[in-house]
Design a protein around this ligand. Structure first.
Ligand SMILES: Cc1cc2nc3c(=O)[nH]c(=O)nc-3n(C[C@H](O)[C@H](O)[C@H](O)COP(=O)(O)OP(=O)(O)OC[C@H]3O[C@@H](n4cnc5c(N)ncnc54)[C@H](O)[C@@H]3O)c2cc1C
Length: 400
């Protein structure tokens, strides 16, 4: 069964997917590249490779984790041009599948798989990043609607998203983790303002998003009212596993194969320092890759990774940061004075590399989680865990 699937997957990828990253930055997603990404995702769906483990009732293929592993192995040689769907499928999509209502699963999952609707994740706020439970965006019930007010920040892809999964405070009299709920918000609704943020690479991969009296229907609630922290933990678990296991592509410009070829092309492959860096990158990449495979195989056997997803996230993002340093060693002077589009693309990725140790929870936060929930160390004392949120001095409440 999986041999058939592997052959089918390989043949489809060979015929339809590029081997190298397109020159355009996916994050920028200009209308043409976005249209291309939507078309590619639709093709993936039509060929039966979208939502491999999702149930058929919601547009998935109804296959097992084994086929998912086989697909990931085969896809490693290709650069699938559907990055705009990465967040939706791996985070809100999986969360709705796990805890969403039947109506939500039927309405939102199939268009996501078919490449028709793009999603973003609206968690971070100016006063609530690592401590996201201190968020201040509010959702107030008004008849059969909720009314959203507040600001989010660092929202990847908000500028081209159709929907977002947002966490907002629904009861400020409860302690901070207890008064949060998760909702689906239409990013085209009146009162939603998206402002792109420019980063060091010169690109605008993420945004600040303002909500001014944005009305959403009561059935937009994901999970239960005031149980949004549990929903957020589910989504963060999917996010950490997705980020932790994404670096394995052989076409990744900061991956071992690409940097070895680059060093050879620049005539630096025999320099001892470069060789040492490449050897360490190879060893670390293998370790991270094998751990990702272990987690996938365990999940297939019914053992969910839980907080060990933070180990994958920490290892994967620290590998990304290390790969950025190795790439800088390999480029040498060409890091600043590059003379080709290929080198310019690598230089851009070096500047962006540290971001992976911040996105999805910083490495310090992953270490805290691993310490407390994997190694069983004592928890940080948290006086704010039992105090009503509206009595805490957090975010802009510090000024009260
Ligand atoms: C590329 C990228 C994409 C992103 N995409 C999204 C997105 O789509 N949606 C979204 O909601 N957010 C997104 N984010 C935001 C990301 O989740 C936050 O940046 C991250 O959680 C850190 O929050 P912060 O920036 O407010 O930093 P802070 O929380 O202010 O942290 C500042 C520093 O203090 C350290 N620190 C904080 N608390 C502790 C502690 N308890 N113990 C030890 N050290 C601590 C941190 O590690 C960090 O070094 C993205 C970020 C990046 C870089």
């Amino acid at each position: 069964m999986s041999d058939d699937f592997r052959a089918r997957a390989r043949a489809w990828l060979e015929a339809n997917a590029p081997r190298r990253r397109a020159a355009e930055d996916e994050d920028e997603a200009s209308p043409t590249t976005l249209a291309d990404q939507k078309a590619f995702q639709a093709k993936l769906y039509d060929a039966g490779f979208a939502g491999i483990t999702w149930p058929k009732a919601y547009g998935g293929q109804g296959l097992t984790g084994l086929e998912q592993i086989v697909w990931s192995q085969e896809a490693r040689d290709f650069d699938l041009p559907n990055g705009a769907f990465f967040i939706g499928l791996s985070m809100p999509g999986n969360t709705i599948l796990e805890i969403g209502s039947e109506q939500q699963k039927k309405r939102y999952l199939p268009p996501m798989l078919r490449g028709e609707e793009i999603w973003c994740q609206l968690f971070s706020e100016p006063g609530a990043g690592s401590d996201v439970a201190s968020l201040q965006t509010s959702a107030v019930r008004d008849g059969d609607q909720w009314v959203l007010n507040g600001q989010k920040v660092w929202t990847s892809g908000a500028q081209y998203s159709d929907f977002g999964a947002i966490i907002a405070r629904t009861d400020p009299t409860k302690p901070k983790h207890g008064g949060i709920s998760m909702f689906i918000v239409d990013m085209h609704a009146p009162g939603v303002t998206v402002r792109p943020l420019k980063v060091a690479t010169g690109h605008t991969p993420f945004n600040e998003v303002f909500f001014d009296n944005v009305r959403i229907p009561a059935n937009a609630l994901i999970g239960e009212e005031n149980k949004g922290w549990d929903a957020a933990v589910v989504m963060l678990r999917f996010e950490r596993i997705a980020i932790g296991t994404m670096g394995g592509s052989r076409t990744n410009p900061l991956g071992y194969d690409s940097l070895r070829d680059l060093a050879a092309g620049l005539g630096r492959i025999n320099e001892p320092g470069v060789r040492r860096s490449l050897a360490e990158l190879y060893a670390r990449s293998r370790g991270v890759g094998l751990f990702a495979t272990l987690l996938r195989e365990e999940a297939q056997a019914g053992r969910m990774p839980g907080a060990r997803g933070s180990v994958a996230k920490l290892a994967g993002s620290e590998l990304g940061r290390f790969a950025g340093n190795v790439a800088a060693d390999v480029l040498g002077d060409q890091l600043a004075a590059y003379d080709s589009d290929e080198l310019a693309a690598v230089a851009t990725m070096i500047v962006a590399a540290p971001g992976s140790a911040i996105a999805g929870g910083t490495s310090e936060i992953q270490r805290n989680i691993i310490g407390e929930r994997v190694l069983g160390l004592a928890k940080d004392p948290g006086v704010d865990r039992s105090t009503p949120f509206n009595q805490l001095r957090v975010g802009t409440q510090r000024q009260n």
